[in-house]
Ligand binder design. Structure first.
Ligand code: NAI
Ligand code: MG
Length: 362
């Protein structure tokens, strides 16, 4: 049976880098027996222009019925002055919420050929391959009470509350443990149990779950401030890191810069298991629509291409095809081809299409 994929290219460089993935999909279909039933829809500014909304309800429904959503990026300066619910970015926020995409997977993996792009010393990052799992629908960004209150003396107080329940912690921890089993079998759980009750519960729940169902995986605990330091001092000590929404936001952005360019970084967001036994999932590069370079044919398509590799691995169970793509990307980089964002001395500068074609040839 064909896998149902919803493709949402979005705005700016989204459609440009998506085109390069389309060629790879065609090749996999012709040579590797990949069967996809692909639907394409408008989201973001491109949907606003035609339908007056950043994402239509029908598109959300389609997303819920798909095996995976393959997302480009949304955002357009022309729509940045409008009311919040008319912003292009609402499309991705709505998808995350409606599909209950609670676990964000952010790999930080360094291709040998890009060693010079990292801000850190080569010996610290050579061969780096870590995965950060961030809880995305709970925690302090959503907890109640919240708001800004006026005090009797006329001054104000701003309130946010971190709330985590046993089930919210367990489901994201399961994702992390399951991933670890397919990798180096190690999980580091990160919180601030020294000063936060939600962090204390986080640590307890993960410790219990580990004992019950994942005793074969090595589990360690680390305080979030120490983790930030350790990620820069010696990132290779980690395999899978699992953490809450706030700390995950910061630590995943930090980790992404260990490897250099925004144009290289894929991501996956996994949701709840559905009645049909499948799991909602969305794959996208971490970069945005890059309006400053849109339409110039110079965007790096590798983050979008590597996001498709993640889709193959995690939603379609096609690890071999994923590895084929990752190896092709690695070979192209080793051969010296670079888009502008990862350019360095002595390398050959290419545009979006040439980079995509080169991956395909590999
Ligand atoms: P951005 O990621 O679009 O761009 C930041 C910088 O990195 C720019 O200089 C851009 O040219 C460069 N860059 C990004 N991707 C690149 C690629 N593939 N190849 C070469 N260079 C690349 O972030 P920015 O500028 O903060 O946001 C632009 C728009 O994108 C905004 O409307 C923002 O809200 C939206 N955005 C959307 C996201 C999504 O769809 N999930 C994520 C992040 C931002
Ligand atoms: Mg962030």
């Amino acid at each position: 049976d064909a896998h149902k994929i919803l493709v949402l290219a979005g705005d700016g460089i989204g459609p440009e880098v998506m085109r390069e993935v389309a060629r790879i999909v065609q090749w996999l279909s012709a040579h590797r027996g990949l069967k996809l039933e692909i639907k394409e829809e408008l989201v973001g500014a491109s949907s606003l222009a035609v339908h007056g909304v950043p994402i239509r309800d029908e598109v959300i429904e389609l997303a819920k019925q798909s095996d995976a959503v393959f997302f480009g990026s949304v955002g357009d300066p022309a729509w940045s002055h409008v009311a919040f619910d008319k912003r292009p970015e609402v499309a991705i926020l709505k998808l995350r919420k409606e599909l209950e995409l609670f676990a964000n997977l952010r790999p930080a993996q360094l291709f040998d050929a890009l060693l010079d792009a990292s801000a850190l010393k080569p010996e610290v990052v050579r061969g780096l391959d870590i995965m950060i799992v961030r809880e995305t629908v709970g925690g302090i960004y959503f907890g109640e009470p919240r708001g800004i209150e006026t005090l009797p003396d006329g001054s104000k107080k701003g309130i946010n509350t971190e709330v985590y329940t046993t089930s919210e912690i367990e489901r994201v921890a399961r994702v992390a443990f399951d991933l670890a089993r397919k990798r180096d079998n190690r999980v580091c759980s990160v919180e601030k149990s020294n000063v936060m009750e939600s962090g204390l519960l986080w640590k307890e729940v993960i410790t219990d779950l580990h004992k019950r169902d994942y005793a074969d995986v090595q589990l360690t605990h680390m305080l979030a401030d120490n983790c930030a330091m350790q990620l820069v001092r010696d990132p290779k000590q980690f395999d899978v890191i699992v953490t809450g929404n706030l700390f995950g936001d910061l630590l995943s952005d930090l980790a992404s810069m260990l490897t250099g360019s925004l144009g290289m970084l894929p991501s996956a967001t996994l949701g709840v298991e559905r009645a049909d036994g499948k799991r909602n999932a969305l794959y996208e590069p971490i970069h945005g629509s890059a309006p400053d370079i849109a339409g110039k044919g110079i965007a790096n398509p590798l983050a979008q291409i590597l996001s498709f590799a993640m889709l193959l691995r995690y939603s379609l169970n096609r690890s071999e095809d994923a590895e084929l793509i990752e190896k092709a990307v690695s070979n192209v980089l080793t051969s010296g081809l670079r888009t502008a964002d990862i350019m360095s001395d002595g390398m050959a500068r290419v545009g979006t299409e040439m980079m995509g074609q080169s991956v395909l040839r590999e």
